[in-house]
Ligand binder design. Structure first.
Ligand code: COS
Length: 380
């Protein structure tokens, strides 16, 4: 048992922290207000290797482990969760999905561009009537011989407007249920593939969330990922890793809010002393730190499980369930510690509070995480 990070992990964490402070912090409030996607920053994150963190260097990736990924995600999320969700989706849903399940030709054609940030990816599972109930896919992909014909609607798609390549899950054979589902790579610009307007959201307002329409979209057979009927298991396995990324995002939102609250409480005076000297505030800080450390342990354990080759379905669901709850509760406390200042934008904590909510919803709601955890427990 060793609770220390390696020298290399510390260096990676510090590099991400520097980047977040110098590049993400300036303009983060304006991007949130204007719902602006951080375009120029995406290129810089690509140069730093943040868009293909765990990808093998032979495909243009950084070849780092999952622990490094969660350290980077935490640091970026402390400052800008709109930027970090883009990083999370590209890394753990798109790059991981292709590297683990794609053909060599798909990796050469798509993964090499996605891992360097030359291209951006999106993962398209959710539908208007299939969010939590992911087996009930209404989007169809009919086998037409040398191509599939895709029809349907996907919504709440992160990177939806900015992506170049989309991993799309669709039903090929309804009678086979989850065994009749496939995953495909669809390129932007394919005829019949249309991108709807950007969603106006409560939080992560800079992130690029869209509805997508597929009307008789022809996708070549070689763009199917894995064997016929393997799309649902592909989606579930990929989402298990994605949940580690979102858990790390929630951890970053919580720890970012805590750090701001601690600093503020040491500066702001009331009743003749800094407010951290009042037990009402000091006990809040103690609770916040304890909860955040507990979340950190679960996040690192899930990442470690993945790196060790252990099954991480349950540990990733536990990390996401708990870290997202901590993010929601502790960002509210951070706003409370800031008092009236917490309610205005320039102190950042109100944005973190709004950003926290989505971590209890996307990549599986908290209720879905409880299904995954309890099924895992009963199976053991
Ligand atoms: N790894 C590999 N295979 C998996 C798996 C996983 N993590 N989870 C499920 N499967 C397999 C099952 O073993 C089953 O295969 P068999 O029929 O061969 O036994 C098949 O997939 C269907 O699984 P299951 O019966 O558990 O499906 P359910 O319809 O009960 O759904 C949940 C399971 C609820 C866990 C799933 O639909 C889910 O995760 N939903 C949330 C989706 C989500 O995160 N949406 C957000 C979109 S991304 S923003």
């Amino acid at each position: 048992m060793n609770f220390s990070l390696t020298e290399e992990h510390l260096m990676i964490r510090d590099a991400a922290r520097d980047f977040a402070q110098t590049e993400l912090l300036p303009g983060v409030i304006e991007r949130d207000n204007a719902q602006k996607f951080p375009d120029s920053l995406v290129r810089k994150m690509g140069e730093l290797g943040f868009l293909g963190i765990m990808v093998d260097p032979k495909y243009g990736g950084s070849g780092m482990d999952t622990i490094s990924y969660v350290l980077i995600m935490e640091e970026l999320s402390k400052i800008d969760a709109s930027a970090s969700v883009m990083v999370s989706v590209n890394n753990s849903l798109v790059c991981y999905g292709l590297e683990a399940f794609g053909s060599e030709a798909q990796k050469q054609k798509y993964l090499t561009k996605l891992a360097t940030g030359e291209s951006i990816g999106a993962f398209c599972l959710s539908e208007p009537e299939a969010g939590s109930d992911a087996t009930s896919q209404r989007t169809t992909a009919i086998d037409k011989g040398d191509y599939y014909l895709i029809n349907g609607t996907k919504n709440w798609i992160t990177n939806g407007g900015r992506a170049d390549f989309y991993l799309v899950i669709a039903q090929t054979d309804k009678h086979k249920g989850s065994h009749g589902i496939n995953a495909f790579i669809v390129e932007k610009g394919t005829p019949g593939f249309d991108i709807g307007p950007k969603e106006d959201k409560l939080g992560i307002r800079g992130s690029d969330t869209h509805t997508l329409q597929f009307n008789d979209v022809k996708v070549p057979k070689e763009n199917r990922i894995g064997d016929d009927g393997s799309g649902f298991r592909f989606a579930m396995k990929t989402l298990s890793g994605g949940r580690i990324g979102i858990a790390a995002q929630a951890l970053g939102i919580a720890s970012g809010a805590y750090e701001l609250a601690l600093k503020y409480s040491k500066e702001r005076k009331a009743f003749g002393t800094e407010i951290c000297n009042h037990q009402a505030i000091a006990f809040k800080l103690a609770d916040m730190y304890t909860e955040i450390e507990a979340a950190r342990m679960l996040v690192l354990k899930a990442a470690w499980d993945k790196d060790q080759g252990n099954n991480y379905d349950k540990s990733s669901a536990m990390a996401k369930l708990y870290a997202s709850k901590v993010a929601m509760e502790q960002t509210v406390e951070a706003v409370q510690i800031h008092g009236g200042n917490g309610f205005v934008k320039e102190y950042h904590v109100e944005r973190l509070m709004r950003d926290a909510k989505i971590t209890q919803i996307y990549e599986g709601t908290s209720e879905i995480q409880k299904i995954v955890i309890s099924r895992g427990l009963i199976k053991e």
